[in-house]
Design a protein around this ligand. Structure first.
Ligand code: ZN
Length: 226
């Protein structure tokens, strides 16, 4: 199927990275050509979905929430299993933190591509990055290139996966957010692994976020939000 190469679907998690991607996409493809999708994958912190909804509404883009409820049944990760405390514990065998949900981005992007196909949208935008992160293998550039190829073959489409944050540090991501007009929306984003709002400031996600804002010399709008 021939999809519209001017239209883009952003995978919006409610976090700062995907929000930056949303504003990047609006700048690149034009406001009327951008829509967003959020996955309800049984995340412990439902606040992420509320945040995504607020962010999409503030940016005034069409927003779809798709349920994918099999991750929790897999178990074993701290993002869907309330019996596991989130920490930057690295598993000795896999070398991965316990927030790793195996295959999550592959599944998200495959569903996003299916939705894009249905709507004739030619571009997907994802906030994955291989820098500054916990080394999630499904965030790597090679993975994205390979997945794009698979989706093109498997859906007979010419879909393009954009990952504008791929080689940016957290600092550079904040700078990009400012550049594309997404800084104000950061007040609506959610990053904290403990699901706290205002954020706990202690967990690895909060610390990484704070480091990025510090290095960029920008005050985090979330911390000054009423
Ligand atoms: Zn936190």
């Amino acid at each position: 199927m021939k999809s519209d190469s001017n239209k883009a679907l952003v995978v919006l998690s409610g976090g700062q990275d995907s929000t930056t991607c949303l504003y990047w996409a609006i700048g690149r493809f034009g406001h009327g050509n951008v829509s967003a999708v959020t996955f309800d994958y049984g995340q412990r912190h439902r606040i992420e979905i509320d945040c995504a909804q607020e962010i999409a509404a503030a940016a005034d883009v069409p927003h779809t929430i798709l349920p994918i409820d099999s991750f929790a049944a897999l178990g074993g990760d701290a993002l869907t299993d309330s019996g596991i405390a989130v920490a930057d514990i690295i598993d000795d065998e896999t070398g991965l933190p316990n927030t790793f949900v195996p295959g999550r981005n592959l599944i998200f992007l495959t569903f996003a591509a299916a939705l894009a196909w249905q709507r004739g949208i030619g571009n997907l935008v994802a906030g994955v990055a291989q820098t500054d992160y916990s080394g999630y293998p499904d965030c790597r550039e090679e993975t994205m290139q390979s997945l794009q190829e698979t989706l093109r073959l498997g859906m007979e489409s010419d879909i393009v996966i954009h990952s504008p944050l791929m080689h940016l540090s957290k600092k550079e991501t904040i700078e990009l957010a400012r550049e594309v007009g997404g800084l104000e929306a950061m007040a609506l984003t959610h990053t904290c692994y403990n699901g706290e709002r205002p954020p706990c400031g202690e967990c690895p996600a909060c610390q990484l976020r704070a480091k990025g804002f510090d290095e960029a010399g920008v005050t985090d709008p979330l911390l000054t939000a009423p």
